[in-house]
Design a protein around this ligand. Sequence first.
Ligand code: SAM
Ligand code: SF4
Length: 473
Amino acid sequence: MSHRAVGGTPPTIVDEPAIGGVLAARARPDAGRIRGILAKAREARGLEMPEVAELASVSDPELLGEVFAAAREVKERIYGRRLVIFAPLYISNLCANECLYCAFRVRNKAVRRRALTVPEIEREVRELVEQGHKRVLLVAGESYPQKGFDYVLEAIEAVYRSRSGRGEIRRVNVNVAPLTAEEFARLKSAKIGTYQLFQETYHRETYARVHLAGKKRDFDWRVTAMDRAMQAGIDDVGIGVLFGLCDWRFELLALMQHIRHLEREYGVGPHTISVPRLEPAVGSDMAASPPYPVSDVDFRKIVAILRLAVPYTGIIMSTRETAAIRRESFALGVSQISAGSRTNPGGYADGPAEEAGAAGGQFSLGDHRSLDEVIRDVAALGYIPSFCTACYRLGRTGGDFMDLARPGEIKEHCDPNALSTFTEYLLDYASPATREVGERLVTEALATMPESQRRASEAMIAKIKGGGRDVYC
Ligand code: SAM
Ligand code: SF4
């Protein structure tokens, strides 16, 4: 595989020859040097490309154990035991692109198509709210019915407007195709949380091979999307790679280049990184047998290395992965997870794609458990599920967020907010079994908190128990 840039665009974001050079220059991993890199990483100072490449080549079980241990340490220190919970909200599976790995690709006749109407979106949101969700990730294929991009804006409005009982969605993140600068400005006005977009593969040749038709063929339009988003004032952006399309080591280094580019140009890196692995999808041979399959061990390595390389960036893991892989990844670095997900538009009200009459889903899920089951499991493992949405509502985004995150001050907000939103969940939505596990966890977490945080948390929890809702600091 060549790492040479194809197409003539200046390699300002992804410099393939530089990545090729770093990968080629990589010596056999040396225990002394690896331990030096891990010592630096433990101080949460982040890592540079050659260091990432070196960690990526570790395979000796003892050294690998040390890489995982360092990642666990950094994760614990920066994020503590919090895990942010969200659900994807697929509003449409109409798509004009031909991405060979995706069930929504335009030439796939095996999938029933559907774009939800506003009342249908409201119905989906009520279902999610009744489960206890507070954050959604709005997802769509790249072909909007009638109104074009306004369809997405109307959907966002519908989500924020919907209510059920005492609950509502408080943060809408968005994963839709790259937009123009003007559209990004309108997306910002719609009060989104994070704009998320995965490059899929940063390797141009591979990119051209797997994207056969539609706007998505344009690598540069996609790789520059975050620049347009930042320029339009969206400073919380989420990037990612679809692992399985190309050599994961190449992707990891390219991801680092993208991160450094954003930091250099806008003074702030991505808010989150997603690590989807290619999953089977109806009507996709490529998804059934990925060209560069990523083993479970390598997948854990990817999460651990990212945690060490960019300690202050959230790492997201979806329900593409099984419960077992998800559990392991929490300790290694994952800070946000989806739960109870459906990837077919209308799936929360109608049932999963496999059920008669339901629209087609995007890919197979690895974790089919309900939100309540996931919460019980996460809590039993000692992680505090957080439904917090405070930061973006208080304007703690972009550089302001990073300034708080770097010295670790953000924990002062995150831990109390996690406990108050988790308490809200336990009171309003949890099954008796989950409530029991959860209440024990809250008591235990309070007991181990520093005094000032404990007092703040207790006051917030008391407000929730007294009937208040949406209490945050
Ligand atoms: N259509 C827009 C796009 O492609 O950017 C946004 C939403 S797309 C539905 C969300 C993501 O799903 C894609 O960026 C891709 O990484 C991921 N995806 C597609 N097919 C997949 C598969 N078979 N397994 C896992 N993830 C997949
Ligand atoms: Fe369409 Fe996105 Fe699927 Fe590609 S990944 S076919 S753009 S929905």
